[in-house]
Design a protein around this ligand. Sequence first.
Ligand SMILES: NC(=O)c1ccc[n+]([C@@H]2O[C@H](COP(=O)([O-])OP(=O)(O)OC[C@H]3O[C@@H](n4cnc5c(N)ncnc54)[C@H](O)[C@@H]3O)[C@@H](O)[C@H]2O)c1
Length: 407
Amino acid sequence: MIVGGGIAGGVNHALKQRVRAWSVLPSARVADKYRVGVIGCGTMTRRHVEGYLACGRYEVAALADLDASAMREMDARFAIRTVHYTDARAMLDTERLDVVSVGTWHTGHSPWTVAAAARKPKAILCEKPMADTLGHADEMLIACNRAGVKLVIGHQRRFLPAYTMARDLIAQGAIGRVSMMMCFGGAGLPNYSSHQTDMFRYLLNDAECRWVMGNVERKTDRFERSTRIEDAAVAVFEFDGGARAIILSDVVPSYYQGALIYGTEGQINLTTEELQLLNAETRGAWQTHRPDGRFFKLEAEGEEFEWREGGAAQAAELAEWIDGTAPTHRGRAENGYKALEMIHAVYESARCHERVMLPMQTRINPLDLMVESGHLAPQRPGRYDIRAFLLRGENLSSDEAAGKLPS
Ligand SMILES: NC(=O)c1ccc[n+]([C@@H]2O[C@H](COP(=O)([O-])OP(=O)(O)OC[C@H]3O[C@@H](n4cnc5c(N)ncnc54)[C@H](O)[C@@H]3O)[C@@H](O)[C@H]2O)c1
């Protein structure tokens, strides 16, 4: 078994050799099905469960949620029978879980990942953004590393065939050197645009981001899933190799996952389904590609494709990483950490009025710091959460806000 290889800085050379040797062994070291438990049975872990079941490598055994109806709905939706817990720690203590999904709101990601890691499952799949602060993300890495637990952050678009095709075309030089990538976001940088900062690195073969410069506007007291967010933001990023990227967030009326990618010898327009390429070989015309996935066909699934394919392929690669037949996972936690770091560096740039060199030293959320210090006090007071509609029953704030998080 590869223990924690991807958590603290990538597999080393010796480990790579062992992985290559294992991957050609005829008797695969493959468990029958990995037993999964889910913490937080909401919108996104429905996609986790869909992915676990679609790839055929898992049994979903147990669910934990503060609200029993969320667990009943999960069972009904997928025609599964699971054991239900309103106390996630009781689930972790009772069930012999191989894999734990963490799908609470962002502030719950770190405490529940740390709690799960202490019970030593083989792996944890935690939703994005990795945490509410880089300090908490650090704690997740430490807890998983010391317990030998593989940790993946759910930036599932790394598994979309159009994204991978764009990455491969860029690596082959199809558009020359990437000079600029342009994205449009909304609903706050940590939620939506952490996928975009992750995508930039994926498209550049995980090149490191060198520096970030940006600004935010925050006149109202706006939150997203219990995390403070800005009203609007603009950001510029530079990567090793010289590529740059721009995000315009909440400043243009429409936004989407994907990018306009400009190279020295061509262009790519990328969406979650489609890749358009323009270069000398296409004779200056746009050439359209709509690739199918490993598990699903694009035309058959329509708008569901990105969710179904992303979820299944992400889960399948996790099983292969656990098996030892894949040397790592493309969503391993260091990548989720860097996606979050790039977002918080935009806030730090606004706070310090400077270009922020990475790795970033500040470990708390710079936007929180700006607001709480009075530097960026809301001018139209009154806290509101743009995802409050997700809450069930009488709840109008998350469990974290109600102080029910584990200590
Ligand atoms: N990867 C993606 O594309 C994507 C898409 C949507 C959401 N997300 C992420 O998924 C996470 C969850 O978002 P969502 O939209 O699914 O939220 P949601 O509100 O639909 O689901 C969260 C669930 O967690 C439960 N919960 C809260 N505290 C709990 C606790 N202490 N123990 C057990 N259960 C608890 C809630 O009752 C709720 O059912 C967020 O961090 C979000 O950013 C990712």
